[in-house]
Design a protein around this ligand. Structure first.
Ligand SMILES: [Zn+2]
Length: 609
């Protein structure tokens, strides 16, 4: 498979494919008015929330938000990568996929990196079975009680001692050697004229992405060498800030993940699975961040962080707490569990077994409880000073939680605990967190002739909680539904540099629409999937499916208004962000407090800002 697939071919393929037929052959659909429905194949439910629109050639689930076109469905349902999904559709239509040369070498090169990592994985597994040094590794795994089934499930292998085992096996020509260096498997130091294997004399854990492709490795020493754990460096295909070790295996073991336990090491994940706890994942030598959580929440509604009970564990928990606040949209839950000092999940599950571990998971602290414990445990709430400190520590954190019921609950809790007026707390936590959300608008019944995508779909569904969107997302949504608005986007050129993800997305969509004027949403999405894969496509489809509550003739004004506010906000946002951080860590001065108050007041005066 070489070269990029030409866009006109993807367009044609989408033209020829009927999404209703495609989905119906896998999930039985029932006609309901203009559309078709079924129980969603992507989450468990008893009444159908999954809707397919033949007009718009896309599907949308009101329960879990799954959305896409024909390509998206194949990627999600069949776990195919974009080129594979194109191949499948082409096959059904009896077409041959043409390939372009040149320009898109990049894509092919990435494919080659996956291939060489896959070969390295096969090599390490073979070494664990047959290498003369492997005995020590096998013994170690046996001592830990690791069955060959679990070792196989996680693809555990062995890197023998020596400087060039992998290199001489896989790096026989210049190209392969370069790929080994690019994937971090081989270290090349030109200044010392040295080239050698990164992983030596270690038990090897392949790190796989959610699709099961090997993207990196973790290696654990057999003796006392340092470091005990060694990971691949960041590469073209491995970004540790986004990957969770074990998520692929957990998804494979469970049709639906009720919860995901996030632990600290790969051995913890493997040992938990060995004892039947097959829903654990680990961050990879980095603190759990918002990107990890966003990824986890694509597969489950509940994340339980599991930390050691020592100081390091408490610090890590605090960081995880802060990372969680901004992603706690409706229906998502984060809890915290702490293990007895000196224990890790591995040792604990080994000594106490599955039931004990699971009862600890059950008893994990809800985020709200941990939040007050973490920031209030050293305060005397019998005194005004203590209560006031509690507010100054916690209010900025609550402000980061997306608008919704959970945020209201936290604000209420803070008011009670600090014996403050509810309204005072509400003022402090209102909408002060970037990315900002657009105002809820007056509800308008859709009228005949509305062109918005969603008018083809049921307008409300009991399962879907109130969703809030950022300003940039509002703009993106309007633009997807009214592509002509691309003519109003020149103002966005003023924004440069590091932008929020939602804003980057908007800018990129604008560029794509400028390139492909008058292409249908279906085709725009075909191109988007090619650029951003399934996850990027999902994100955009949710916005395309968003219900617009304004009249079509007001769209243009509304859109331009949002863009203006966005640009203004970008210029104002940074200082508030900095002040909130200072207030949080207690380094804020009196003058800065005043400034922050003013900024917050300005925001509550115009709540959409
Ligand atoms: Zn669903």
């Amino acid at each position: 498979m070489a070269g990029k697939i030409p866009q006109p071919f993807i367009d044609e393929l989408l033209d020829r494919t009927d999404i209703v037929e495609l989905i119906d052959s896998r999930v039985k659909l029932k006609k309901a008015g203009k559309n078709y429905t079924a129980c969603c194949p992507f989450h468990e439910e008893k009444t159908p929330s999954f809707t397919v629109s033949p007009d718009k050639q896309f599907y949308y689930c009101f329960g879990c938000g799954a959305a896409g076109n024909a390509l998206g469905f194949l990627m999600e349902y069949e776990h195919q990568a974009f080129p594979e999904a194109v191949e499948s559709l082409a096959q059904q239509q009896g077409l041959e996929v043409p390939r372009e040369q040149g320009n898109f070498e990049d894509n092919r090169q990435r494919q080659d990196l996956y291939t060489i990592l896959d070969k390295a994985n096969a090599y390490y597994q073979e070494q664990l079975r047959s290498h003369r040094q492997a005995e020590q590794a096998q013994q170690y795994l046996q001592q830990r009680g690791l069955t060959s089934q679990v070792a196989h499930q996680f693809g555990i292998g062995f890197a023998p001692d020596g400087w060039d085992n992998l290199m001489s096996y896989l790096g026989r020509d210049d190209l392969s050697l370069r790929q080994l260096v690019e994937t971090g498997m081989v270290i090349h130091k030109p200044e010392e004229q040295k080239t050698y294997d990164r992983f030596r004399h270690r038990i090897m854990f392949p790190i796989r992405d959610v699709r099961g492709r090997v993207i990196a490795f973790g290696g654990r020493v057999l003796g006392d060498e340092k470091p005990k754990y060694l990971n691949s460096p960041e590469t073209e295909v491995f970004h540790k800030g986004r990957e969770l070790y074990g998520l692929y295996e957990a998804n494979k073991a469970n049709r639906h993940l009720d919860r995901l336990v996030v632990v600290e090491g790969y051995m913890d994940v493997v040992m938990l699975a060995r004892h039947g706890v097959e829903y654990a994942a680990a961050t990879l030598g980095t603190a759990a961040g918002a990107a990890h959580l966003e990824k986890a929440f694509r597969y489950t509604k509940e994340v339980v962080f599991c930390f050691d009970g020592d100081d390091a564990g408490r610090r890590a928990a605090e960081r995880a707490l802060e990372a969680s606040l901004g992603v706690l949209t409706e229906g998502r839950q984060v809890r915290f569990m702490f293990l007895p000092e000196g224990e890790d999940p591995d040792s604990l599950v080994n000594a106490q077994g599955k039931e004990d571990f699971e009862s600890r998971v059950q008893a994990a602290l809800p985020l709200s409880e941990y939040l007050f414990d973490c920031y209030g445990h050293d305060l005397n709430l019998e005194q005004a000073e203590g209560r006031s400190l509690l507010v100054s520590r916690i209010a900025p954190l609550v402000a980061r939680v997306p608008e919704g019921n959970f945020k209201d609950q936290l604000a209420r809790l803070l008011a009670t605990q600090s014996r403050s007026e509810q309204s005072a707390i509400t003022d402090l936590v209102v909408d002060s967190t970037p990315p900002e959300v657009a105002p809820a608008r007056e509800h308008r019944q859709p009228e005949a002739g509305d062109e918005a995508v969603v008018t083809a779909l049921p307008q409300e569904h009991p399962r879907s909680g109130p969703q809030r969107f950022t300003l940039a997302e509002e703009a993106t949504s309007l633009l997807l539904q009214n592509p002509d608005l691309v003519g109003s986007c020149a103002v966005l050129d003023e924004l440069e540099g590091s932008l929020q993800v939602d804003l980057q997305q908007l800018k990129e969509l604008v560029a794509l629409l400028q390139q492909r004027q008058s292409a249908s949403l279906n085709k725009i999405m075909g191109a988007w999937y090619g650029l951003h894969g399934k996850e990027g496509g999902d994100q955009l489809y949710r916005l395309a499916a968003k219900e617009q509550l304004i009249a079509p003739e007001q769209c243009k004004d509304e859109f331009e208004d949002i863009l203006t506010r966005l640009v203004e906000r970008e210029q104002r946002e940074k200082p508030l962000d900095v002040l909130i951080e200072k207030a949080r860590n207690g380094t804020i001065t009196e003058a800065e407090k005043q400034q922050m108050k003013q900024l917050l007041q300005r925001q509550s005066a115009s709540p959409d800002q």
